[in-house]
Design a binder for this molecule. Sequence first.
Ligand code: ADP
Ligand code: MG
Length: 626
Amino acid sequence: MSTETFKFQAESRELLDLMVHSIYSNKEIFLRELISNASDALDKLRIEALQFPDFLKDSGEPGIVLEADPKARTLTISDNGIGMSREEIVENIGTIAKSGTKEFLSKMKDLKKSESAELIGQFGVGFYSVFMIANQVTIVTRRAGQKSATKWVSDGKGEFTVSDAEKSAPGTEVTLLLKPADEENGISDYTDFNVVSGIVKRYSDFISYPITMMEEKEKKTLNSMKPIWAKSETEVKPEEYHEFYKHISHDWNEPLKVIPLKAEGTIEFQSLLFIPSRAPFDFYYQGYKSGLELYVRRVMIVDSFEDLLPHYLRFVKGVVESSDLPLNISREILQQDRVTLQMKKRLTKKVLDSLQEMLEKDRENYLKFWGEFGNAVKEGLTVDLENREKIQELLLFHTTADAEKLSSLKEYVARMKPEQKEIYYFSGENRETMMNSPLLEIYKNKGYEVILLTEAVDEIVAGSVFDYDGKKMKSIEKGDVELEKTKDEKKAEKEVKEQEKEFTDLNKFLETELDEYIKSVRLTSRLVSAPACVISEEGGMSPHLERFLKRTNVKIPENKRILELNPNHNIVQQLKKKFEADKADPLISEYAELLLGYAYLGAGAEPPDVIRFNNLLLRVMDESLK
Ligand code: ADP
Ligand code: MG
């Protein structure tokens, strides 16, 4: 096939542009990225060779070779890994297939340079970093299992060309035509042995394949190749852990937490896990790649094995090495394997315990973690029953005690009044509106704290925490109020009971009038200064959750609410008077609808018929101004 010219996909062009215009000051990391890709390619070859052993025959000893030519100002990075076919190279280097890329890029445009540097690092477009230091890049690559090779050339400005080439063995050769050294702008002489070997030592020492380069006439291996997870913790510097994290995660930012674990006893394995400091931009999208690297006796057998941790901990990155598994084992068998299951159990506990420790000892970082991954952790409550108690400890909520600060259930319980029996929660869209809701009044008066839930999933979370420390989670907008009562409150309740009779007719009338929207009307002692509220039956949905589900087009069962009236409120009393004077007065049903709308708004939801509510409001205002 002849030479073809392609344009980089629009998104790739934007990223290239961001990268080249030097948002990233640390330019030497291009080498880390190329070595990381070469190492990935060698891993892939080994994994595919489990199925196609022939692949290894043409390849020779796996390794990465660096070759500098100071005269020509080139640096070449070669590997004898999996290589790429013509289609693959066009696809892999020319486009970005991750979902959410467009949204991500449009977000980046509004950011300052320093902030976008952090974001681009999360994006994992390592290869493009070469254009920070090279004017032209040539890739010659041959896919394992194929005879033909492909040459790819680009100056990173918008186009690349692809043509046929010759290559004696599978693998990839990346040749950089270097920009002149320019220390002021962070570009060193990358043809100098000492410069290059220094960079390799700093960023790529742990790479498990030899990285070699000629010094004078002698071939030198630049990395120690020691598997970092097998070393004892005291032997490893934090920077080394961090570089290793960057290699396996494709994230350029430092991890939030490093979790080494060497399991001994009935099951033995070594592992090194990391909690990222930011959620990858595609974390909540379908295509997000989760999973850990699984090694068996130093050999990687799966590069992103998802069954070593439950799905709700999918943000964890890392490596696990076992010597109790056979080398030649398929993913499907692995998933069912007893050793895998036991490792998963241990790893899950370890991650949950480490998070707990972070919550207790390093609140600042835990808050960062919670902001990035809290919603994933919450998923665990409904699926991981075995660890439910541990997960409950990790939850953080806003509460009425301080709407800005987050509290754990443990902290909430420690602040509970001695007579308080239940943990109260309230869900709505907006904390400020919720803080002013009439439903909160009696709790405020009693000095009871109420958890404020604003995320749609939170209500499901609250529903799955059955009890914490022997205390039930109770929605303040569902079922009956069952507060410990003072003498006065008992009196008030008794009064309400007595008034119930007097209100029977009015309530019946309103029930018929509002039949379309509500289930029943009753009196309540729940309210203080508000005339009315709507509540759900125990086990029902709050208006907030219902609205959320409707928006996402989820079919939900009809869920009529109960309208509660405060018999001590002037408006309610006047309404009753009017009703007793003239049952046929059309104003009564209009007032009733207004009260219902008011009650919905108080619960942080829209009135059932917004247009009608608005019109009625005007009518009544008009009336009263006459
Ligand atoms: P990432 O490594 O995060 O996938 P990169 O931008 O570094 O992103 O690389 C893009 C893709 O190009 C890789 O996923 C891989 O498919 C392909 N690639 C890059 N370098 C090599 C290589 N040396 N051998 C084989 N494939 C490679
Ligand atoms: Mg890469």
